[in-house]
Design a binder for this molecule. Structure first.
Ligand SMILES: Cc1ncc(COP(=O)(O)O)c(C=O)c1O
Length: 428
């Protein structure tokens, strides 16, 4: 019987049968560093009482010093995840029940849910259509008398528009927190992303450009904010009346255990040394991929903000259903059948998730969305952030496969898959 189409979706032979391997960023240096820690027997150096060890063991403190040097910032507070770092940051700036925090809907869920734990209300502003970061114009539209902070995400590997965001924050007396989990080492007008707000946070989870399995860092140039985060990280409630540990205000000074272990710090120290090299690896793969894809008329390649650099946590292309002539869903399905598992869209805009739609988050009484503490009227209806919705529903095609040990051969497969689907569009 004659084959109906070359496309794997319609019975043809796929371009690729091998799965894309996961990211590997570690090597001999990390093995040596971890072994050194194991030989000491000190796997965590933290204590929860007044002492230099309140601030962590030797590796943790060394890691924090190195991070501060690399990022040219006064204070780095390590912890066990970026989620914890977000929690520390929001607590430190004093988010209280009923305070609104303007946040992106197009980010990992923890960026927004971390706000809820202090009783804060995530207010979603829309994103820029080309860079996917918070759109300063939309931020301004969402400011109310209850707004306390802007929490922006440097999504996919490049910085938000920090000049515009800081200008708005100054005008309205708002705190600025940057979720830089996906963009360590990216630059904005020559300055390192994550360092241009009151607090910036980073992730060291296994998917990130540099990693230690699980881990996070919060940076600030403000001594008081650093102390408050160190207290939240390590059961600080026990120390808040001790000179040298006492914060100016007790608000949110109920601590948890977000401590980084010595082994994680030992790995993170080596990863930080490799940050530029690991970022360059991604930049080089993307340059090769973009060069090969530039002949491909139906996808728009990622845009880099003028004056900024991109560290490509993800390589996100734009799809125009009108000019291609088929739905993105179908296109991605055909590509996946070729063994190229790119994704249609990054995340469903967060306000469309059930906890926001149903306003059930903490407890069963609608807290923090409903209650005496909240005088505002947050809106989570479909349609509030049309650019984010369009990116999710039909505009973006997400390629995460640009990390070591992937090679140009893997990029060639991605190109072949895309070209094959485009050549056979009429069959779909
Ligand atoms: C933008 C963003 N924020 C926060 C996080 C949470 O990071 P972690 O897994 O270190 O808690 C992630 C993780 O994917 C992320 O991408």
């Amino acid at each position: 019987m004659r084959q109906l189409s070359e496309l794997a979706l319609l019975g043809g032979k796929p371009v690729r049968s091998a799965i894309f391997p996961g990211s590997v960023t570690t090597g001999e240096e990390e093995i040596r560093s971890v072994t050194e820690v194991l030989r000491t027997g000190l796997l965590s150096g933290f204590v929860g009482s007044p002492s230099p060890e309140f601030f962590g063991g030797p590796m943790v403190q060394k890691f924090e010093r190195s991070w501060s040097e690399t990022f040219e910032i006064g204070y780095s507070v390590s912890c066990n995840s970026a989620t914890s770092a977000l929690f520390m940051a929001l607590g430190a700036v004093g988010i209280c029940p009923g305070d609104e925090v303007i946040v992106s809907p197009y980010t990992m869920s923890a960026t927004a849910t971390s706000i809820l734990f202090y009783g804060g209300i995530p207010v979603f502003a829309d994103i820029e259509p080309d860079y996917f970061c918070l759109d300063p114009i939309s931020i301004e539209e969402k400011i109310t008398p209850f707004t306390k902070a802007i929490l922006t995400t440097d999504i996919h590997g490049q910085s938000s528009d920090m000049n515009a965001i800081n200008r708005i924050a100054r005008q309205h007396d708002l705190k600025v927190i940057i979720d830089c989990a996906q963009a360590p080492g990216a630059k904005y007008n020559g300055r390192l992303a994550g360092t241009l707000g009151d607090i910036g946070i980073f992730s060291l989870n296994r998917h990130k450009n540099i990693q230690c399995g699980e881990g996070g860092v919060a940076v600030t140039s403000d001594h008081e904010l650093a102390l408050r985060m160190q207290l939240i990280r390590n059961h600080g409630e026990n120390l808040v009346d001790i000179p040298g540990y006492a914060p100016q205000s007790l608000i949110n000074m109920v601590g948890l255990n977000f401590r980084m272990t010595e082994i994680e710090a030992a790995i993170a120290i080596e990863q930080l040394k490799k940050m530029e090299r690991l970022n360059q690896y991604r930049v080089d793969l993307v340059a090769y991929l973009n060069e090969r894809l530039s002949k491909n008329i139906c996808l728009t390649l990622p845009s880099v903000r003028p004056g900024s650099t991109h560290v490509y946590y993800m390589h996100v292309m734009l799809f125009d259903e009108g000019s291609v002539g088929i739905q993105r869903t179908k296109f991605v399905q055909a590509l996946n059948a070729e063994g190229i598992p790119l994704r249609g869209g990054y995340v469903r805009p967060l306000y469309l998730e059930p906890i926001f739609q149903k306003k059930i988050a903490l407890g069963d009484k609608g807290f923090p969305f409903v209650g005496e503490h909240y005088k505002g009227n947050v809106d989570y209806s479909k349609g509030i952030c049309p650019v984010a919705e369009e990116a999710w529903e039909k505009r973006s095609v997400v390629n995460p496969f640009i990390y070591p040990p992937l090679t140009k051969n893997d990029m060639d497969d991605i190109v072949k898959g895309l070209e094959k689907v485009i050549k056979n569009l009429k069959d779909l």
